[in-house]
Design a binder for this molecule. Structure first.
Ligand code: COD
Ligand code: ATP
Length: 195
């Protein structure tokens, strides 16, 4: 079973591209969704113990948590030490389940593939990319987004050019949905050939 890591910087079209893999019949594991589920379940107690006051009605409040960790690298490290092992366990369950089902390719959708070291646990890397001006226009169109927030998020991410350099495949999302879908299909064809 080939494990494909799918990543890309903010606003590059990662979720849209993940959906294309799903529509092509490939099982996709969404790491953001795993974290959201953990923050409503098994991660609540250990996070509340480490960061008192960040849970509300038994759910981790992401805004409160962000306020405590995003500007404090040491606090973020403590949070990651709680969250990442839980994410890895969920990922391993998914992989075992797909292996049992006989899947030949699975996609693991991870925004921070390079930043968290998850690149080491995949067999191929797909990076989703678009020209800078397209990315910026998409992100600034989101409610509540400002140039400053966008810049702060970008500063925490591995730059797009470096991501592309480390990728096995790049999906370009600046030329429309159909062009990207053709690239996704070409990647799947190539991966099948390599197996
Ligand atoms: C800090 C949290 C609460 C902020 O949640 P929120 O919904 O407001 O924003 P979101 O998750 O989209 O993150 C916003 C930006 O913060 C940065 N960021 C978040 N987590 C990390 C991290 N572990 N390392 C570096 N940057 C990070 C990224 O640039 C990201 O684009 C949340 O990101 C979190 O719990 N992070 C720690 C867990 C984690 O590592 N998750 C990511 C991969 S498993
Ligand atoms: N191939 C494409 N052609 C045209 N528009 C696209 C394409 N892919 C994505 N988009 C558009 O770009 C925007 C961002 O896409 P998406 O939500 O998939 O990005 P993302 O990388 O998952 O974002 P983030 O990581 O910030 O959550 C959306 O408005 C989406 O419709």
């Amino acid at each position: 079973m080939l494990r494909v890591g799918l990543t890309g910087s903010i606003g590059m079209g990662k979720s849209t591209t993940a959906q294309m893999f799903r529509e092509a019949g490939v099982p996709v594991l969404d790491s953001d969704q795993i974290v959201h589920d953990l923050y409503r379940g098994p991660a609540v107690a250990p996070i509340e113990a480490a960061f008192p006051g960040v849970s509300v009605d038994g759910v981790v409040d992401r805004g409160r948590l962000a306020a405590q960790v995003l500007a404090d690298p040491e606090a973020l490290k403590r949070l990651e030490a709680i969250v990442h092992p839980l994410v890895w366990a969920a990922r391993d369950d998914f992989l075992k389940d797909q292996e049992k089902k006989g899947a030949s390719i699975v996609v693991y959708d991870v925004p921070l593939l390079f930043e968290t070291g998850a690149e080491k646990s995949v067999d191929a890397i797909v990076v989703v990319s678009a020209p800078e001006d397209v990315q910026k226009a998409r992100v600034l169109a989101r409610p509540g987004m400002t140039e400053e927030k966008f810049a702060a998020i970008l500063a925490k991410q591995v730059p797009d050019a470096e991501k592309r350099a480390r990728a096995d495949f790049v999906v370009h999302t600046g030329q429309g949905i159909e062009a990207a879908r053709r690239e996704v299909q070409a990647i799947l064809d190539e991966l099948e050939r390599r197996r």
